[in-house]
Design a protein around this ligand. Sequence first.
Ligand SMILES: [Fe+2]
Length: 250
Amino acid sequence: MDTTIMNSVKDFSKIKIKDVVTENFHAAELFEKLGIDFCCNGNRLLQEALEEKHILDVKFFEELNKVNMSISSDDQRYADWDLNFLAQYIVNNHHTYVKNAIPEITAHLQKVYNAHAKKYLYIAEVQNAFALVAEEMTSHMMKEERILFPLIKYLAETQKFNEKPKTGGFGTIKNPILQMEAEHVAAGGTMGTIRNLTNNYTLPEDACTTFKVVYKELDEFEKDLHKHVHLENNILFPRAIELEELLLKK
Ligand SMILES: [Fe+2]
Protein backbone atom coordinates (compact mmCIF):
# COMPACT_ATOMS: atom_id res chain seq x y z
CA MET A 1 0.00 0.00 0.00
CA ASP A 2 1.23 3.49 -0.73
CA THR A 3 2.89 4.76 2.40
CA THR A 4 2.85 8.49 1.63
CA ILE A 5 -0.91 8.72 1.40
CA MET A 6 -1.46 6.22 4.18
CA ASN A 7 0.75 8.30 6.47
CA SER A 8 -1.28 11.40 5.92
CA VAL A 9 -4.75 9.85 5.92
CA LYS A 10 -4.14 6.71 8.06
CA ASP A 11 -7.36 4.91 7.23
CA PHE A 12 -7.84 3.64 3.66
CA SER A 13 -11.62 3.81 3.93
CA LYS A 14 -11.34 7.58 4.51
CA ILE A 15 -9.05 8.40 1.56
CA LYS A 16 -10.75 10.63 -0.98
CA ILE A 17 -9.90 10.52 -4.68
CA LYS A 18 -8.65 14.11 -4.54
CA ASP A 19 -6.18 13.22 -1.72
CA VAL A 20 -4.36 10.87 -4.08
CA VAL A 21 -4.05 13.39 -6.94
CA THR A 22 -3.17 16.28 -4.62
CA GLU A 23 -0.38 14.15 -3.11
CA ASN A 24 1.03 13.25 -6.53
CA PHE A 25 -0.29 15.01 -9.61
CA HIS A 26 0.93 12.20 -11.89
CA ALA A 27 -1.77 9.97 -10.34
CA ALA A 28 -4.20 11.89 -12.60
CA GLU A 29 -2.95 9.74 -15.50
CA LEU A 30 -3.73 6.58 -13.54
CA PHE A 31 -7.26 7.79 -12.80
CA GLU A 32 -7.74 8.71 -16.49
CA LYS A 33 -6.66 5.18 -17.43
CA LEU A 34 -9.11 3.64 -14.95
CA GLY A 35 -11.95 5.95 -16.02
CA ILE A 36 -12.30 7.41 -12.50
CA ASP A 37 -13.34 11.07 -12.27
CA PHE A 38 -10.79 12.83 -10.02
CA CYS A 39 -11.81 16.43 -10.67
CA CYS A 40 -15.56 17.12 -10.41
CA ASN A 41 -16.00 14.05 -8.18
CA GLY A 42 -12.71 14.34 -6.27
CA ASN A 43 -14.59 14.36 -2.97
CA ARG A 44 -15.75 10.76 -3.42
CA LEU A 45 -14.14 8.02 -1.36
CA LEU A 46 -11.43 6.14 -3.23
CA GLN A 47 -12.68 2.80 -1.92
CA GLU A 48 -16.16 3.43 -3.31
CA ALA A 49 -14.83 4.40 -6.76
CA LEU A 50 -12.56 1.33 -6.92
CA GLU A 51 -15.40 -0.98 -5.92
CA GLU A 52 -17.65 0.54 -8.56
CA LYS A 53 -15.03 -0.19 -11.24
CA HIS A 54 -14.29 -3.65 -9.79
CA ILE A 55 -10.65 -2.74 -9.17
CA LEU A 56 -8.87 -4.46 -6.31
CA ASP A 57 -7.28 -2.12 -3.72
CA VAL A 58 -4.00 -4.04 -3.90
CA LYS A 59 -3.83 -3.70 -7.68
CA PHE A 60 -4.58 0.02 -7.46
CA PHE A 61 -1.86 0.68 -4.88
CA GLU A 62 0.62 -1.40 -6.90
CA GLU A 63 0.01 0.89 -9.87
CA LEU A 64 0.08 3.98 -7.65
CA ASN A 65 3.45 3.01 -6.21
CA LYS A 66 4.85 2.89 -9.75
CA VAL A 67 3.53 6.42 -10.29
CA ASN A 68 4.98 7.59 -6.98
CA MET A 69 8.40 6.23 -7.84
CA SER A 70 8.43 8.61 -10.79
CA ILE A 71 8.14 11.74 -8.58
CA SER A 72 11.22 13.91 -8.92
CA SER A 73 12.30 16.51 -6.39
CA ASP A 74 11.33 19.40 -8.65
CA ASP A 75 7.81 18.10 -9.31
CA GLN A 76 5.21 20.77 -8.85
CA ARG A 77 3.55 20.75 -5.45
CA TYR A 78 0.49 22.80 -6.30
CA ALA A 79 -1.02 22.43 -2.83
CA ASP A 80 1.94 24.32 -1.30
CA TRP A 81 1.84 27.24 -3.72
CA ASP A 82 0.72 30.75 -2.81
CA LEU A 83 -2.99 31.03 -3.75
CA ASN A 84 -2.61 33.97 -6.10
CA PHE A 85 0.35 32.27 -7.80
CA LEU A 86 -1.75 29.12 -8.31
CA ALA A 87 -4.63 31.16 -9.80
CA GLN A 88 -2.20 32.88 -12.16
CA TYR A 89 -0.66 29.54 -13.09
CA ILE A 90 -4.13 28.21 -14.01
CA VAL A 91 -4.73 31.25 -16.22
CA ASN A 92 -1.29 31.17 -17.87
CA ASN A 93 -1.26 27.45 -18.41
CA HIS A 94 -4.79 26.02 -18.68
CA HIS A 95 -6.84 29.05 -19.73
CA THR A 96 -4.30 29.96 -22.41
CA TYR A 97 -4.29 26.36 -23.65
CA VAL A 98 -8.11 26.32 -23.89
CA LYS A 99 -8.21 29.69 -25.69
CA ASN A 100 -5.67 28.48 -28.27
CA ALA A 101 -7.16 25.00 -28.68
CA ILE A 102 -10.77 26.11 -29.32
CA PRO A 103 -10.24 27.72 -32.78
CA GLU A 104 -7.88 24.91 -33.85
CA ILE A 105 -10.27 22.11 -32.89
CA THR A 106 -13.27 23.99 -34.33
CA ALA A 107 -11.50 24.38 -37.69
CA HIS A 108 -10.44 20.74 -37.77
CA LEU A 109 -13.94 19.54 -36.87
CA GLN A 110 -15.35 21.65 -39.70
CA LYS A 111 -12.91 20.01 -42.14
CA VAL A 112 -13.89 16.52 -40.95
CA TYR A 113 -17.58 17.49 -41.14
CA ASN A 114 -17.20 18.74 -44.74
CA ALA A 115 -15.49 15.55 -45.85
CA HIS A 116 -17.17 12.82 -43.79
CA ALA A 117 -20.45 14.01 -42.24
CA LYS A 118 -22.61 12.13 -44.79
CA LYS A 119 -21.00 8.79 -43.92
CA TYR A 120 -20.42 9.41 -40.21
CA LEU A 121 -23.53 11.15 -38.96
CA TYR A 122 -22.24 11.53 -35.40
CA ILE A 123 -19.66 14.09 -36.56
CA ALA A 124 -22.39 16.76 -36.63
CA GLU A 125 -23.25 15.94 -33.01
CA VAL A 126 -19.59 16.09 -31.99
CA GLN A 127 -19.31 19.46 -33.69
CA ASN A 128 -22.38 20.79 -31.85
CA ALA A 129 -21.22 19.44 -28.50
CA PHE A 130 -17.77 20.99 -28.93
CA ALA A 131 -19.32 24.35 -29.94
CA LEU A 132 -21.31 24.21 -26.70
CA VAL A 133 -18.29 23.42 -24.51
CA ALA A 134 -16.26 26.12 -26.30
CA GLU A 135 -18.92 28.72 -25.56
CA GLU A 136 -19.35 27.57 -21.96
CA MET A 137 -15.61 27.51 -21.25
CA THR A 138 -15.03 30.94 -22.81
CA SER A 139 -17.62 32.58 -20.59
CA HIS A 140 -16.57 30.48 -17.57
CA MET A 141 -12.90 31.46 -17.82
CA MET A 142 -13.85 35.11 -18.26
CA LYS A 143 -15.84 34.99 -14.99
CA GLU A 144 -12.91 33.40 -13.21
CA GLU A 145 -10.42 35.90 -14.57
CA ARG A 146 -12.60 38.96 -13.96
CA ILE A 147 -14.41 38.06 -10.75
CA LEU A 148 -13.28 35.00 -8.80
CA PHE A 149 -9.51 35.08 -9.24
CA PRO A 150 -9.24 38.82 -8.38
CA LEU A 151 -11.22 37.98 -5.21
CA ILE A 152 -8.74 35.25 -4.36
CA LYS A 153 -5.91 37.71 -4.96
CA TYR A 154 -7.66 40.20 -2.66
CA LEU A 155 -7.94 37.57 0.10
CA ALA A 156 -4.28 36.61 -0.27
CA GLU A 157 -3.27 40.29 0.01
CA THR A 158 -5.58 40.86 2.96
CA GLN A 159 -3.81 38.02 4.72
CA LYS A 160 -0.41 39.53 3.96
CA PHE A 161 -1.44 42.81 5.55
CA ASN A 162 -3.22 41.03 8.38
CA GLU A 163 -6.54 42.73 7.69
CA LYS A 164 -10.15 41.59 7.85
CA PRO A 165 -11.59 41.24 4.29
CA LYS A 166 -14.66 43.19 3.22
CA THR A 167 -17.28 40.92 1.66
CA GLY A 168 -18.70 42.25 -1.60
CA GLY A 169 -22.25 42.12 -2.99
CA PHE A 170 -21.91 38.40 -3.68
CA GLY A 171 -21.69 37.54 0.05
CA THR A 172 -19.12 34.89 0.81
CA ILE A 173 -16.64 33.59 -1.79
CA LYS A 174 -18.49 30.26 -1.56
CA ASN A 175 -21.22 31.66 -3.84
CA PRO A 176 -19.14 32.34 -6.96
CA ILE A 177 -17.23 29.10 -6.24
CA LEU A 178 -20.46 27.05 -6.24
CA GLN A 179 -21.35 28.60 -9.58
CA MET A 180 -17.92 27.77 -11.04
CA GLU A 181 -18.15 24.19 -9.78
CA ALA A 182 -21.55 23.76 -11.44
CA GLU A 183 -20.04 25.02 -14.70
CA HIS A 184 -17.17 22.52 -14.37
CA VAL A 185 -19.71 19.70 -14.12
CA ALA A 186 -21.46 20.96 -17.27
CA ALA A 187 -18.22 21.23 -19.30
CA GLY A 188 -16.97 17.83 -18.09
CA GLY A 189 -20.34 16.29 -18.98
CA THR A 190 -20.24 17.67 -22.52
CA MET A 191 -16.69 16.34 -23.05
CA GLY A 192 -17.97 12.99 -21.74
CA THR A 193 -20.74 13.12 -24.36
CA ILE A 194 -18.11 13.64 -27.08
CA ARG A 195 -16.14 10.64 -25.76
CA ASN A 196 -19.29 8.51 -25.96
CA LEU A 197 -20.27 9.76 -29.42
CA THR A 198 -16.82 8.84 -30.76
CA ASN A 199 -16.79 5.51 -28.91
CA ASN A 200 -13.77 6.53 -26.82
CA TYR A 201 -12.10 8.19 -29.79
CA THR A 202 -12.09 5.05 -31.92
CA LEU A 203 -11.25 6.08 -35.47
CA PRO A 204 -13.06 4.63 -38.49
CA GLU A 205 -10.79 2.57 -40.76
CA ASP A 206 -10.81 5.13 -43.55
CA ALA A 207 -10.05 8.09 -41.24
CA CYS A 208 -8.02 10.81 -42.90
CA THR A 209 -5.20 12.69 -41.17
CA THR A 210 -7.45 15.53 -39.96
CA PHE A 211 -9.85 12.96 -38.45
CA LYS A 212 -6.90 11.44 -36.52
CA VAL A 213 -5.59 14.85 -35.48
CA VAL A 214 -8.94 16.11 -34.20
CA TYR A 215 -9.55 12.97 -32.10
CA LYS A 216 -6.12 13.42 -30.52
CA GLU A 217 -6.86 17.10 -29.90
CA LEU A 218 -10.25 16.39 -28.32
CA ASP A 219 -8.78 13.68 -26.10
CA GLU A 220 -6.04 16.08 -25.01
CA PHE A 221 -8.59 18.87 -24.45
CA GLU A 222 -10.61 16.62 -22.11
CA LYS A 223 -7.53 15.50 -20.17
CA ASP A 224 -6.35 19.08 -19.79
CA LEU A 225 -9.83 20.05 -18.56
CA HIS A 226 -9.68 17.32 -15.91
CA LYS A 227 -6.33 18.60 -14.58
CA HIS A 228 -7.54 22.19 -14.76
CA VAL A 229 -10.73 21.39 -12.81
CA HIS A 230 -8.76 19.32 -10.29
CA LEU A 231 -6.50 22.30 -9.51
CA GLU A 232 -9.52 24.51 -8.95
CA ASN A 233 -12.06 22.19 -7.27
CA ASN A 234 -9.62 20.24 -5.12
CA ILE A 235 -6.93 22.80 -4.30
CA LEU A 236 -7.61 26.45 -5.18
CA PHE A 237 -11.29 26.69 -4.18
CA PRO A 238 -11.16 24.84 -0.83
CA ARG A 239 -8.06 26.80 0.16
CA ALA A 240 -9.74 30.12 -0.77
CA ILE A 241 -12.83 29.21 1.30
CA GLU A 242 -10.62 28.22 4.23
CA LEU A 243 -8.63 31.46 3.97
CA GLU A 244 -11.78 33.60 3.86
CA GLU A 245 -13.19 31.82 6.93
CA LEU A 246 -9.92 32.36 8.78
CA LEU A 247 -9.73 36.07 7.88
CA LEU A 248 -13.38 36.75 8.72
CA LYS A 249 -12.73 35.51 12.27
CA LYS A 250 -10.25 38.35 12.83
FE1 LIG B 1 -12.79 26.81 -13.74
